[in-house]
Structure formats: structure tokens, C-alpha cells
Design a binder for this molecule. Structure first.
Ligand code: DBV
Length: 257
């Protein structure tokens, strides 16, 4: 694919990007695995666009980072910086379905109304105890430690519930110093613990049988289909980059199973 390029996005290149410490931590921590570079279509790698009215036009920069490993189909980060309009880190780790592993999902979103943070080791087969027990017994203590330190995010769409574990760390934080403090002193250490747990599970995982692997693949496809169809970012991305690019980004890269 000539129109792709390997990415070695240096998160520091997004200078004023609020979520850089989270991406730096993700890249530092995931480096324990034998990583390979991932191919990203150039049109998704580094996107800049202008949006808003002529009198008040604004700039948005969207960078994509990704890697893969023997157990991970990909780990990919979407980094959006649009000043006060939006600042987002959306990080998803998609394991190969021959391993009985959850997704790692992080949605860190700053909007004019405040910060929305979602963090979870998301089940591929939520009703399957063989899949969930070994994860939930380890994530629930983390959730108990950290959720009480941040304002709960409130009810989520009912249709999204099957895709979250009981360890789903979910908060809406205020803008300003209070929110900044919570991001640095609570969310970042919590993120490190959640991601460290995920990487431990990856390193402990062994290949499963063919029939188990096909069950896991069906669960992954259901998750990806839901996210592609219901992505809450669709409106924001369309406003920034237009419908055609947004639909291609969502379907051909973000949730491409
Ligand atoms: N969310 C993404 C990607 C984004 C992104 C790729 C590129 O999956 C941003 C950016 N998420 C984003 C934005 C919003 C949300 C909301 C901009 C705010 C939309 C708005 O309020 O205008 C977790 N993300 C959310 C919400 C949740 C999540 C629960 C609130 C949804 C709501 O209140 O309606 N992670 C997200 C999610 C699932 C998941 C919805 C579903 C399985 O796994």
C-alpha cells in the first residue's frame, strides 16, 4: 500500500496537547512488548483542517499513532487538538482473537463543557465467565480505588452497556484548576494502573483453541460494528473534517474489523 507510512509520532510534537502525558505513558509502557510498526494511510496519519465561520475560522490537528505486536492486532491512538473546541485522546488496543483478552479502551475528551474520561478493559464476550472472571477480579479493586476520587460521569447510553466491564472508570471533570488537578493527580495514576494491568494480561495470555478463537472474533466484530455505527465522535469529526473523510476514518481505520 504505497499510500501508507509507518508512524513514529512523537507525542511531544503536539506541544499544547493536554493528553500528551497519557500517550507518552502508553508508548513507554507498551514498549515492554516486541512492537512492530503499523501501516496507517497517509490521509489518516496527520490531518489538519480549518472549521467554523469565515469570521471565526479555527484549526484542528488530528494525528494518528499505531503499533502492533505478536499478540496485538493493533494499538492505536487518535490525537485531536482543536484548541478550546476539543482536545481528545482516543486509545484502543485490539488483541488478536487467538488470545482470550479484552480490548483496552480510553476516551479522554476535553470539550467547552468540561472533560469526559472513559477508561476500561472492555469485554469481548461479556456473558462469558471464562473471558471475564480473570480480568474483573483484578480490575474491580482498581475501580474501587480510583472512581470515588472523581465525579461519576452519569448514565451512559443503555446500548453501550454490554461493552463495559464493572471496572469502567467513567467521569466528567470541570474545566479549570480543579479539573486539571484531577487529571494529573487521579486520572493519570489510574490510567497507568489500568494500562499496566492490561499489559500484564497480554503477557500472560496463551493462544486459545480454534473454536474459542472464532467466538472471540465474533465478539470483537460486534464491538467494532457498534462503535463504528454509534461513535459519539462522528458529529465532532464531521464538523472538523467533513463527512466523507470522517466516514472513511471511522470505517477503514478506527473500527475497521
Ligand atoms: N470517541 C471515540 C473516538 C473519538 C471519541 C475515536 C476521535 O470513540 C471522542 C475521537 N467520545 C468522543 C467525543 C465524545 C465522546 C463521548 C468527542 C463526546 C460527544 C459529545 O458529547 O458531543 C466512551 N465516549 C463518549 C461517551 C462515552 C464514551 C460513554 C459519552 C456518550 C454519551 O454521553 O452519549 N468508548 C466510548 C463509547 C464506547 C466506548 C461511547 C462504546 C462502546 O467503548
Amino acid at each position: 500500500m504505497s499510500d501508507t507510512r509507518f508512524t513514529s509520532l512523537d507525542p511531544v510534537s503536539l506541544k499544547n496537547w493536554r493528553w500528551a502525558p497519557f500517550l507518552q505513558e502508553s508508548i513507554r509502557a507498551i514498549s515492554v512488548l516486541q512492537l512492530e510498526e503499523a501501516q496507517i494511510p497517509l490521509t489518516f496519519l496527520d490531518k489538519t483542517a480549518t472549521f467554523g465561520s469565515k469570521s471565526k475560522s479555527q484549526q484542528v490537528q488530528i494525528n494518528t499513532w499505531a503499533c502492533r505486536s505478536t499478540k496485538l492486532r493493533y494499538a492505536r491512538a487518535v490525537c485531536v487538538e482543536a484548541g478550546r473546541a476539543a482536545s481528545v485522546l482516543n486509545f484502543l488496543v485490539n488483541p488478536f482473537h487467538k488470545y482470550d483478552l479484552p480490548f483496552f479502551g480510553a476516551d479522554l475528551v476535553s470539550l467547552p463543557a468540561g472533560h469526559l474520561v472513559a477508561l476500561d478493559l472492555q469485554p469481548v464476550l461479556k456473558l462469558d465467565k471464562l473471558h471475564t472472571a480473570k480480568v474483573w477480579e483484578r480490575i474491580i479493586p482498581l475501580h474501587k480505588r480510583w472512581q470515588c476520587l472523581m465525579p461519576w460521569g452519569g448514565p451512559i447510553p443503555k446500548e453501550a452497556e454490554p461493552y463495559f466491564s464493572p471496572g469502567f472508570l467513567w467521569a466528567r471533570l470541570p474545566l479549570g484548576d480543579e479539573g486539571d488537578q484531577l487529571i494529573s493527580n487521579v486520572l493519570l495514576p489510574a490510567y497507568k494502573e489500568y494500562f499496566s494491568l492490561y499489559l500484564d494480561l497480554v503477557q500472560e495470555a496463551d493462544e486459545v483453541s480454534l473454536s474459542r478463537s472464532s467466538n472471540l472474533l465474533e465478539g470483537q466484530k460486534t464491538y467494532m460494528r457498534f462503535r463504528a455505527e454509534k461513535d459519539p465522535a462522528r458529529g465532532m469529526l464531521t464538523r472538523f473534517c467533513g463527512r466523507e473523510w470522517t466516514e472513511s476514518y471511522i470505517k477503514n481505520f478506527l473500527f475497521d474489523l
